[in-house]
Design a protein around this ligand. Structure first.
Ligand SMILES: Nc1ncnc2c1ncn2[C@@H]1O[C@H](COP(=O)(O)OP(=O)(O)OP(=O)(O)O)[C@@H](O)[C@H]1O
Ligand SMILES: [Ca+2]
Ligand SMILES: [Ca+2]
Ligand SMILES: [Ca+2]
Ligand SMILES: [Ca+2]
Length: 606
């Protein structure tokens, strides 16, 4: 299958498998009114738009961090030399992202949200959350000695939930250490959700701290007024500021180290069972002012633990960066990868892939629109670069690359000297499904795995070698446990990864070699997005027909797919069987690989 290339564009034409209606019913409920304004953001409209309040040609120097975060109208005056003037309307330069308003409202409570300008919402919010303001327990169990141990300096940043100051430890182990302290006022925690968010933010930061691309956590304190999170001071400013300071795009080779660092830390988070849920250039800081200083992920305020087989449903994040499946309320780690795709797109062309003047407009674009790869500079960028970004922005999360996979994409691979690829936890999900499949489906997967292309094999080899470090080249429960133990953090307990591992008990008494691993770990949906899919699947069926196909009875198929007795089995599965000999038909083969009927019957496969 040597000449096989990828075919990213195919996904866009297909209906989103997560939504029967393929629409997001609440969108228009969020829409702020901008009567009489053109929907096309011409330069002057952009200038007047409240969504461009901070855009300046070189904002790193002019922009006051404080004003933009509290929504102050600030520095819209000097738009004259912005790229907006030179480029056509597709150019939507990045500006600080706003949190999704419905999410803010849930977290801040009605009054708070109203104060911060979140109005006109008709979305229903469960009663419980609004009535809880009285009697909230705002004790966190953190040290009360903040003021005796830490001397606060000046404010260095501000967000929706808190503000950040430089500070210095006055005594103890860290005496003399200059740090950053994020201060979150308890008065802002007006819902149980908001309190839980802060508790989790500290827990996650503490658990994950230690990765080189993640801000180092030192300690958490509280008093009656605030929670204080002491962490490493990053003096190089936000990634967003650097993007804006360039007034546009990065060369491919300038973008790569940024994206690699982001992928590294996000792959690590996912491996630990943590989704960040608010990845955006504002939430990555440089340690120093130097050009090639290290990048650090911050702000785990919206992060959550997620079990390998769990799907989250609360809509959080920032509109420009939010993944379609988040809007559909059924998502997991892939949602972060989408956000990285948005960041990568911005880095490479200086423009946002999904843009509109209203939040509902942005959501519509995220759900329906394909980002443009036609405008300059895209025609001049490498096809690998485009393929990379497109594969991060697949609307179907099952097709999207994982963060670990993205680190092995040809565009990055040659450049990534570090090559310390983290284990991809999604592989466990595949392995679990494989181990529980019938011999028929296993044979089908085995046949399909014979059509893997070079890039897929390279990725699977890397993942295999992480799990089977021993000489005989077999994965066993023991080698898996060992591989995980050496990289585990406290977060893994919360995300119940050890429990999930126990579900791989099919491996208890036997090992899995690389050949079987390929069958177990092959991602059918990703494989389908390749150019050679048609050839691939035909070829696989031929192999299967020779080695694995056999006469089957419909009841066997039904139980394989978990189709219950209420479903008219014969009418559903009729086409799956070849009438000449009672063996699996090509149609049935494809369906079996996808496990489609399982989903159609209302159950989820993960
Ligand atoms: N460790 C740090 N070193 C330097 N500056 C920091 C640090 N942590 C945070 N900041 C600054 O403070 C700002 C606000 O911090 P953070 O994003 O954690 O707050 P937030 O209230 O959760 O914001 P948001 O509105 O994005 O949710 C950051 O954008 C950054 O400019
Ligand atoms: Ca900020
Ligand atoms: Ca932030
Ligand atoms: Ca935050
Ligand atoms: Ca959870």
């Amino acid at each position: 299958m040597g000449g096989c290339t990828s075919k990213p564009s195919t996904s866009s034409g297909r209906p989103n498998p997560f939504a029967p209606g393929n629409d997001y019913p609440q969108i228009d409920d969020f829409a702020p009114d901008h009567p009489g304004k053109s929907p096309i953001p011409t330069p002057s409209a952009a200038k007047a738009s409240p969504f461009f309040p901070f855009y300046t040609p070189s904002p790193a120097r002019h922009r006051r961090n404080k004003s933009r975060d509290v929504g102050g109208g600030g520095e819209s005056k000097s738009l004259t030399s912005t790229p907006l003037r030179q480029l056509r309307r597709a150019f939507h330069p990045p500006s600080p992202a706003k949190h999704i308003r419905a999410a803010l409202r849930r977290r801040k409570g009605k009054k708070e949200a109203a104060l911060s300008g979140v109005t006109q919402l008709t979305t229903e919010v469960p009663q419980r959350e609004e009535e809880e303001e009285v009697g909230l327990d705002k004790r966190f169990g953190f040290s009360k000695e903040f003021h005796s141990r830490v001397e606060l300096g000046e404010e260095i940043g501000r967000g929706h939930f808190g503000y950040t100051c430089s500070a210095k430890f006055k005594k103890g182990e860290l005496k003399g250490q200059v740090v950053a302290v994020k201060i979150i006022p308890k008065s802002k925690m007006t819902t149980a959700i908001a309190i839980e968010d802060v508790r989790r933010e500290v827990k996650i930061l503490q658990a994950l701290s230690g990765h080189k691309n993640l801000v180092q956590f030192y300690d958490a304190f509280e008093d009656n007024a605030n929670v204080y999170i002491a962490m490493e001071l990053c003096e190089g400013g936000e990634l967003l500021d650097r993007i804006l300071a360039r007034g546009g795009k990065y060369s491919e080779n300038d973008a790569k180290p940024v994206i690699i660092q982001i992928l590294n830390v996000v792959a690590f988070c996912h491996f630990q069972g943590v989704v960040h849920r608010d990845l955006k250039p504002e939430n990555f800081l440089y340690t120093s002012k130097e050009e090639n200083s290290q990048l650090k992920a911050i702000d785990f305020g919206l992060s959550d633990f997620v079990r390998p087989d769990e799907r989250l449903n609360d809509i959080v994040g920032s509109a420009y960066y939010v993944a379609p499946e988040v809007l559909h309320r059924s998502y997991t780690t892939e949602a972060d990868v989408w956000s990285i795709g948005v960041i990568a797109y911005i880095l490479l062309c200086g423009s946002r892939p999904f843009w509109a003047r209203t939040e509902s407009g942005i959501f519509r674009a995220v759900l329906k629109a394909d980002p443009s790869f036609d405008e300059p500079p895209w025609p001049f960028l490498s096809s690998d670069a485009k393929d990379f970004v497109k594969r991060l922005l697949f609307k179907d999360p099952r097709r999207r690359m994982s963060a670990s996979q993205a680190l092995m994409h040809p565009w990055i691979r040659a450049y990534n000297t570090d090559m310390n690829i983290p284990f991809d936890i999604l592989i466990f999900r595949q392995m679990k499904a494989y181990l529980r499949s019938s011999s028929l489906r296993k044979a089908a997967l085995r046949a399909l795995s014979k059509t893997l292309i070079k890039d897929e094999i390279l990725y699977l080899k890397t993942q295999f070698s992480l799990l089977a470090p021993n000489k005989d080249g077999l994965i066993t429960m023991d080698t898996i446990r060992m591989a995980l133990a050496s990289n585990a953090t406290e977060a893994m307990k919360e995300s119940r990864i050890p429990e999930f591992l126990a579900l791989l008990n099919g491996l208890q008494y036997r090992g899995m070699d690389f050949e079987e691993f390929c069958a177990a770990a092959i991602n059918v949906h990703q494989h389908e997005s390749l150019d050679c899919w048609e050839q691939s699947i035909r070829h696989a069926y031929e192999l299967f027909d020779k080695n694995g196909n056999r006469a089957i009875v419909i009841e066997e198929l039904a139980s394989e797919l978990g189709v219950g007795p209420s479903i008219p089995v014969h009418s559903v599965l009729h086409d799956w069987i070849r009438h000449t000999d009672g063996k699996l038909s090509f149609f049935g083969f494809v369906k079996l690989l996808h496990g489609v009927s399982v989903r159609a019957s209302g159950k989820t496969t993960r």
